[in-house]
Structures are given as structure tokens and as C-alpha cells.
Design a protein around this ligand. Structure first.
Ligand SMILES: Cc1ncc(COP(=O)(O)O)c(C=O)c1O
Length: 392
């Protein structure tokens, strides 16, 4: 094995960089808006640090976009951090806590009140405590119903009790929103989907007694199937996540002008010529069958590069691997991915200091995710704080 050395010129902090494009983010918002009816609102999902893109950055880029309903986060802490980051001038922007309010207790209410967060009440028991302790009217809240996904949500039968409880109460006590979540949004013809839609229509009938309540159901895949899900007729708000970040709602979905917001790159930090019979990495997980050149990239699983993208091929075992884009070619990842490093095939044109693209054009994130036996959501939310975010 021969190690090849070249002069290079980069800082070690640039070892793994995610370039994030605000133009693409805004463009994707407009692509989503184009699919809606006039006046329908958008609730960008910025949970899990906006799918790894940076919740504060994403929210700030979208603050002045038309028809913004608010922002959706998962936890109370995510909500508080976003509220503090948006500052005093933006207190009117709704921040909705989707799964952080269970099980309900008064201290959650005090937290929501303090940071002006909208709570989502998601079980029969939680409603009982919420109502008994006279919270309707004191904080902003929405009601989430279980229409068939059987994850979170108030049971449909229970809606009559809620309506009864609120019947003669002033408008400020009413829920600001009524929502549900879809199990198979990409497959509206599936029988569970038909059932969910039917249940949602029932909910609308019940809760339409309260003026001004917003109904919402659609994630990205349902927006893409807006007609089948009757999104224009039934809902006031949509909740896009993955499409906002420029990723298709499912592999092969029509792309409608989406552009990935994030491009993940890593630097080549060493190059070797490998001879037939030589191994690469821990456990001799890759065996060269012929002479070829390899590059070491400064990215590993501690940065968020899934270990399952490694390409094992050593005579005993073989499985396919992820690819990177390097020196104008798709190059396979060779051997086991380490905590801080990985090895890829490369060409004579590759030099130390070159960038390899790991996610983002021309690497298709659905393809990469398939190789890692996962989905783009997990690849994006795995990116660790060691990845330098470069906002452009
Ligand atoms: C309640 C809820 N609504 C909307 C979304 C956004 O989904 P997507 O990223 O598929 O658009 C999510 C994401 O998991 C969610 O949990």
C-alpha cells in the first residue's frame, strides 16, 4: 500500500459541512403553497431541530412568508427554545407542541403559559384533567384525535363529552384547532386511509359548532395527494415537514419543483493505492480484488453517517453500500464506517482536500436511505452537532 500526499488548504473544522440554502427553503414553501386553496395556511414542522436543518434558522427564514399558521415542534423544550430565539417581536407567532404535553399535568400548563406555547391535548384522560383544572381559556390549545393510527389522540367517542363541556363557554375557551395524523398518507386508497378520512369528516361535523376552529390533517404526502384526501375542502391548515426541506414525500413522488435545502459534504484527508489482496478498515471488512485507489473521508457515524451504509466485501460476506459523489463520479463506501472516518473508492483525479457529497444533489437521499435500510427523515435527524452548518 502506498500513501499519496498532496498539499491542501482547509481548516480541520471544515471536515464535515452541511450547506443550507435559504432560497431553496423559501422556494419549497412556495411549492407547497401552490398546491393549496387560497387562504389555506401552512404550519411548517420544525421539530427535531427542523429535521437537522436548525429550527431557529428555518423559522426565521419563513417568518414573513404568506399564510404562515405557526410552527410545529415535538417537545416543550423545543418550543421554549424557539420562542426565546424568535424574541419579543414575534410573540404572535403560534408554536404548537405536538407530543410533549403527555401525560398532562398543571406544570405543563404553566410552562405553556410562560412561553406562550400552544398545547396539543392528545388523550381522553388528559382532557379530563385539563378541563377539571379550568385550563380552557387560560392557554391556547388544540385537540388531537385518534382516527386509526392508534398512536396518540383522543378517542372519537369522547368528542361528545368535550363538546358538552365547552358548549356554553366563551369563545376563548374553545380549541384553536382540531387535528389528526395519517398512517398511510402516501396511499389514500388503502382501507385504513379511507377509514381515517371518514372519521376525520365526522370530527369536522361535531366540532364545526365552534366558530373559528381550524382543522388539520395533512403532512407532506397528504398535500401531494390533496385531492384524494380532500385537503382543500376539509382543512384550513397543512403541516409539511420533509417536503419543506426539499425531499420528496415518498421515493418516486412527483417533484413539483422541490429543491433539497441541505447538502452534506466531507473532505478527503488521505489517499492510498490499494493492491489486490489488501484490506481496508476494522475487521478487514473490505478486500481489494485488484489494484485501485481509495480516499479517506473525515466523516463517520458520530457525525451522523449511518454505519449501515458501509460496504462489506471480504470474501466471507458482501453487502451493498452507500455512495458518495467525488471527482465527478459516484463512488462506493468501502468497509465498515468508523466513528470519525470512512473510506471510499476514488479516481486518479481525486486529491486531498477535495469535497465528497454524501447527501444532496447528485446523491439522491431516498436511494441513500434505502441502502441504510431507513428513510431520509432518519438520515437528516441523525446529523450531529459536530457537522458544521453553513447557512447560505
Ligand atoms: C403530527 C405531524 N404532522 C406533520 C408531520 C410532518 O410530516 P412530513 O415530514 O412527512 O411532512 C409530522 C412528522 O412526523 C407529524 O408528526
Amino acid at each position: 500500500m502506498k500513501t499519496c500526499c498532496y498539499h491542501h488548504n482547509f481548516f480541520c473544522e471544515d471536515r464535515v459541512v452541511a450547506d443550507l440554502s435559504k432560497d431553496n427553503l423559501r422556494q419549497n414553501y412556495l411549492v407547497i403553497q401552490k398546491q393549496l386553496k387560497t387562504g389555506q395556511k401552512i404550519l411548517p414542522m420544525v421539530k427535531a431541530d427542523a429535521y437537522g436543518h436548525g429550527a431557529t434558522w428555518v423559522a426565521k427564514q419563513l417568518l414573513n412568508m404568506p399564510n404562515l399558521y405557526g410552527f410545529g415542534v415535538a417537545t416543550l423544550e423545543e418550543g421554549r427554545d424557539l420562542r426565546l430565539a424568535l424574541g419579543e417581536r414575534n410573540t404572535q407567532i403560534k408554536i404548537i407542541i405536538f407530543s410533549g404535553c403527555l401525560p398532562w399535568c398543571d406544570s405543563i400548563c404553566y410552562f405553556c403559559k410562560k412561553f406562550d406555547l400552544t398545547a396539543v391535548i392528545s388523550s381522553d384522560e388528559d382532557w379530563l384533567v385539563f378541563y377539571k383544572h379550568k385550563w380552557p381559556g387560560r392557554i391556547s390549545y388544540e385537540l388531537k384525535f385518534n382516527t386509526g393510527m392508534n398512536r396518540l389522540g383522543i378517542n372519537l367517542d369522547f368528542s361528545k363529552n368535550i363538546i358538552q363541556n365547552l358548549k356554553n363557554k366563551p369563545v376563548k375557551c374553545h380549541p384553536q384547532g382540531v387535528l389528526s395524523h395519517l398512517s398511510c398518507a402516501e396511499n389514500p386508497g388503502f382501507h385504513l386511509s379511507r377509514q381515517q378520512l371518514w372519521h376525520f369528516e365526522e370530527l369536522i361535523k361535531y366540532f364545526s359548532v365552534f366558530d373559528g376552529t381550524c382543522f388539520h390533517l395533512a403532512n407532506s404526502a397528504a398535500i401531494w395527494n390533496a385531492k384524494e384526501w380532500k385537503i382543500h375542502e376539509l382543512t384550513h391548515v397543512v403541516r409539511p415537514g420533509i417536503s419543506l426541506y426539499g425531499i420528496l414525500p415518498w421515493a418516486g413522488a412527483p417533484h413539483k419543483g422541490l429543491k433539497p435545502v441541505l447538502r452534506l459534504k466531507s473532505k478527503v484527508i488521505a489517499i492510498h493505492d490499494l493492491h489486490a489482496g489488501e484490506y481496508v478498515g476494522y475487521g478487514g471488512s473490505y478486500l481489494a480484488k485488484k489494484k485501485h485507489r481509495i480516499a479517506v473521508l473525515a466523516i463517520g457515524y458520530a457525525d451522523g453517517l449511518h454505519r449501515s451504509l458501509g460496504g462489506i466485501n471480504n470474501g466471507n460476506a458482501a453487502w451493498s453500500c452507500g455512495k458518495v459523489w467525488l471527482s465527478e463520479k459516484f463512488c462506493s463506501i468501502l468497509g465498515i464506517i468508523n466513528m470519525d472516518l470512512c473510506v471510499v473508492e476514488c479516481s486518479r483525479a481525486t486529491k486531498v482536500g477535495d469535497d465528497a457529497v454524501i447527501l444532496g444533489p447528485p446523491i439522491d437521499i431516498w436511494e441513500q436511505a434505502k441502502k441504510a435500510h431507513t428513510v431520509p427523515y432518519e438520515l437528516l435527524t441523525s446529523l450531529s452537532k459536530r457537522v458544521k452548518r453553513n447557512y447560505v
